[in-house]
Write a protein that binds this ligand. Structure first.
Ligand code: HEM
Length: 227
């Protein structure tokens, strides 16, 4: 039996970590441990993602675009990983969730500290990109027109990392919307008293709109004539 004395246990702090869940004897429903652990692991991943964002900003300001791109990809993968966990929760029967939900008070994912940090920090990551454009006297449409030109390719790739991150964040919100739809439906009020359907707005909101607009600008600039 584990007693918290191995190097592994000390380093991972398994004793403290595994004491952070409700005792199995006081669960509102036998599926509550499962529910709580998914949320706890999400908070950990969001904490790491927020730290990655700080690093990315520093790499960009130091003109290390390759390293920044690498970390953007990593952060997007983290968000995808969290999102991929959500359908597991769809195996929770709504009736079982309601037993857990009634014990949550006004507890809501909207109060997730990790998610709220990301909601603030992801948009702020746009400023370092704009500073890089200014430092190198480049503009987005020109980069999109000749992405492989020597002076453009690093920032083009960096922008792809931003798009990947933006998509991952929206995908997480979409997967979460589907989960809420499966468990409580969207035509009801959340525990915060707001319509669950409001979650749809987040799904449709890109974090880096300029990067989506430049794709359209490039298409328009080619004067497409279809059929
Ligand atoms: C039974 C499962 C779940 C249901 C029915 C549900 C439902 C909801 C609802 C209705 C909201 C709207 C805000 C509010 O409460 O007022 C919300 C927000 C949120 N929930 Fe959940 N949730 C579930 C599980 C999860 C899980 C497992 C996570 C994380 C892994 C999560 C993370 C969040 C986040 C981050 C928000 C804010 C979302 C945003 O603003 O786009 N939720 N949830």
């Amino acid at each position: 039996m584990a007693n918290g004395e191995t190097d592994y246990e000390r380093y991972i702090r398994t004793t403290e970590l595994l004491a952070l869940q409700k005792k199995t004897t006081s669960l509102a429903n036998p599926d509550e441990l499962f529910f709580q652990c998914i949320h706890q692991s999400m908070e950990l991943w969001f904490k790491v993602a927020a730290f990655e964002i700080e690093k990315i900003a520093r790499f960009i300001d130091g003109d290390d675009f390759e390293r920044a791109s690498w970390h953007l990809r990593r952060t997007a993968m983290m968000l995808d990983h969290v999102g991929e966990g959500l359908p597991i929760l769809e195996t929770l029967a709504p009736a079982d969730y309601h037993e857990i939900r009634l014990a949550l008070g006004r507890g809501s994912g909207q109060d997730s500290p990790g998610f709220n940090v990301l909601l603030e920090e992801l948009p702020r990551l746009w400023a370092p990109f704009e500073r890089a454009l200014e430092r190198h006297q480049l503009e987005l449409l020109a980069i999109w027109k000749t992405p492989h030109a020597d002076k453009h390719q690093a920032l083009f790739r960096l922008a792809q990392g931003y798009l990947q991150l933006d998509e991952a964040f929206q995908r997480f919100r979409y997967d979460h919307l589907q989960l809420a739809r499966r468990e409580i439906g969207l035509a009801v009020k959340s525990l915060k008293g707001v319509p669950a359907r409001n979650l749809e707005q987040g799904v449709l909101k890109p974090t880096y709109p300029a990067l989506w607009t430049v794709i359209e600008e490039l298409t328009i600039s080619t004067n497409p004539v279809y059929g």
